[in-house]
Design a protein around this ligand. Structure first.
Ligand code: SAT
Ligand code: MN
Length: 591
């Protein structure tokens, strides 16, 4: 076995890599340094092995296509485990397994699993370099695709080893694709050890251990004990024509438009308004010395959903993926470009589908997988915030919770205070999407969009959210949004995309105390005159439907929320009980 661990002085790291190699028996160990030379070398090798297919450099310079195993196209939540000594520490929303048994079982699977393969040692930093938020992870992986994606998604290489120094405080990620057999696929988290072992999958959140595994599940656990929050939130800066920027963090479940909102282009009538992206998926939030909530995006790239991304839905994402991007499971055109459903162009003849088969438009099958993705460096984004690399992060003035709901939830609601906002987040629901394996389109409760990502007991997580308030001197206002409400015929009531700017503007105006609102038993809603609707062609009746609170729908929603909290064991949280009671009383009085 060759091992280029030259000059690696960190003994804890060297020892751990040696242990993992002893178990998995790779032919070679390659320590990634993050250099351009290394990127070129790994890319050449991935191309030679058919892992990456080069795209036409005239159309997509520096871009590659990867086709995953068709059985491995989304996160596998049923195979994702939190392994804590006590089952109760994982709580009612997580799959739990005992740490010792799980290590033993995985060791059995991993024995010799890297024979004939290379083990890549991928050191990375989450959070801006020099930031008090920054944390180091090391992923050991036998997937060259993972190593190349990690290079885009994180600050990968030398910088991480430099930051680590001789400390043993780093996330230990061990990843092997084995033979991609779903019967031997498990994604296991050991919060007490700051470790993740993931086997049998090479896809996205299952395999890029920096992302959901470390930056959300493990980090939420660390945040709980250290007094901060790791959240499934985009971060954006909204700059007014006067040059004042307000920062907003927003939680939505996977594949509900977080990337689109984070890169939003305001409509024509909003002259001088600009959105800047700080992050599109994950936020680490801490209370600053000024008593405000400060946020960084721990990632350095975007792992965005391709289908539905178009010049209309997200012109900035289309620019972001013009170069130096890895596409996964999209369709390929005969001239070496990419295509997906909802790209806004007709499928060209001769298209090859995500499986690598000639695509037949009559087949009724999509050409790109619904969860096909692009991995692009955040610096490709034309509206990247100048604060994206700021070690201190950005001060958050508003938090948004959002889901995909065909009915009931209005376009936007404002909470009366922080704890009311925690109730919004804890009770939110969304229709399921293709981002996780399972049935698509059924409403499931997804507290704070963290259901698959909270690495500890969700009831403790709610309490942690409540307790944060006690230390905030200037808490952000909290809102709930729903861009996806439909009329009786199933048509969307609100145009969405760029027009969501109108809702963001109202939110900023509410933060500044400039806009009006109407109280309802559920929360504050904007009246027609409170929203800037200039240049928007929407029938007053449709706007009314989009923003209305239906008594019957909400009485039944509150029953469902109450039942859900009971199932979690969160019904005894005094504030939740009070919120439900107040909302019910208000609705009954409305008659
Ligand atoms: O596959 S990922 O978990 O990285 C994407 C997502 O589901 O948000
Ligand atoms: Mn996500």
């Amino acid at each position: 076995m060759t091992n280029q661990a030259n000059g690696v002085k960190n003994r804890a790291l060297a020892r751990w890599v040696a242990e993992a190699a002893e178990l998995t028996r790779p032919d070679r160990i390659v320590w990634c340094d993050g250099s351009e030379e290394e990127k070129a070398r790994l890319t050449r090798e991935a191309v030679a092995r058919g892992v990456l297919i080069p795209l036409n450099p005239a159309r997509r310079p520096g871009c590659y296509l990867h086709r995953s195993n068709p059985n491995d196209v989304a996160r596998s939540e049923h195979l994702t485990f939190i392994c804590t000594p006590n089952k109760d520490d994982a709580g009612p929303t997580n799959n739990w397994a005992a740490p010792d048994e799980t290590y033993a079982r995985l060791r059995g699977w991993l024995k010799g699993s890297m024979q004939g393969r290379t083990m890549y040692v991928v050191p990375y930093v989450m959070g801006p370099l020099g930031s008090p938020f920054a944390k180091v992870g090391i992923e050991l992986t036998d997937s060259i695709y993972v190593a190349l994606n990690m290079r885009i998604m994180t600050r990968m290489g030398r910088a991480a080893l430099d930051l680590l120094g001789d400390s043993d405080d780093f996330n230990r990620g061990l990843h092997s694709t084995l033979d991609l057999d779903p019967e031997r696929r498990l994604i296991c988290h050991f919060p007490q050890d700051n470790a993740v072992w993931s086997v049998g999958s090479g896809y996205g959140g299952n395999a890029l251990l920096s992302k959901k595994c470390f930056a959300l599940r493990i980090a939420s656990y660390l945040g709980h004990s250290e007094g901060w929050l790791a959240e499934h939130m985009l971060i954006l800066g909204l700059e007014s024509p006067r040059g004042e920027t307000t920062y907003i963090a927003a939680a939505f479940p996977s594949a509900c438009g977080k990337t689109n909102l984070a890169m939003l282009l305001p409509p024509q009538s909003f002259k001088g308004w600009r959105v800047h992206t700080v992050g599109d998926d994950i936020a680490w939030l801490r209370i600053g010395p000024d008593g405000r909530l400060w946020a960084v995006n721990p990632e350095a790239g975007f792992f965005g959903v391709a289908p539905g991304t178009s010049t209309k839905s997200n012109a900035n994402a289309m620019k972001t993926v013009e170069h130096d991007t890895i596409f996964t499971n999209v369709a390929a055109t005969p001239d070496g470009d990419v295509w997906w459903e909802g790209m806004g162009t007709e499928p060209p003849p001769g298209l090859v589908d995500w499986r690598g088969q000639p695509w037949n438009p009559q087949s009724g099958q999509p050409a790109a997988h619904p969860n096909s993705r692009f991995t692009a460096p955040m610096t490709n984004n034309p509206v990247l915030s100048p604060k994206a690399e700021d070690p201190q992060g950005v001060p958050i003035s508003a938090i948004i919770f959002g889901g995909r709901r065909a009915s009931t939830v209005p376009l936007v609601l404002e909470a009366s205070d922080w704890s009311h906002g925690v109730f919004f987040g804890a009770s939110m629901g969304s229709e399921t999407t293709a981002a996780a394996t399972g049935k698509v389109g059924v409403v499931r409760r997804d507290p704070m969009a963290m259901l698959p990502f909270c690495g500890y007991n969700i009831v403790d997580y709610f309490v942690h959210w409540h307790e944060i308030a006690g230390r905030l001197r200037n808490p952000p206002k909290i809102f709930e949004v729903n861009w996806f409400r439909k009329d009786r015929d199933g048509a969307f009531l609100w145009p969405g995309y760029s027009e969501n700017m109108r809702v963001l503007k109202w939110i900023v105006d509410r933060v500044e105390g400039r806009a009006g609102a109407e109280p309802t038993p559920i929360g504050m809603v904007p009246r027609k005159e409170d929203l800037n609707l200039a240049g928007l062609d929407i029938a007053p009746d449709r706007l009314r439907q989009a923003t209305s609170i239906d008594r019957g729908e909400w009485l039944s929603e509150l029953n469902q929320i109450e039942e859900y909290f009971k199932r979690l064991g969160a019904d005894s949280l005094p504030d939740f009980e009070r919120r439900i009671k107040l909302a019910r009383e208000g609705l009954e009085q409305r008659g």
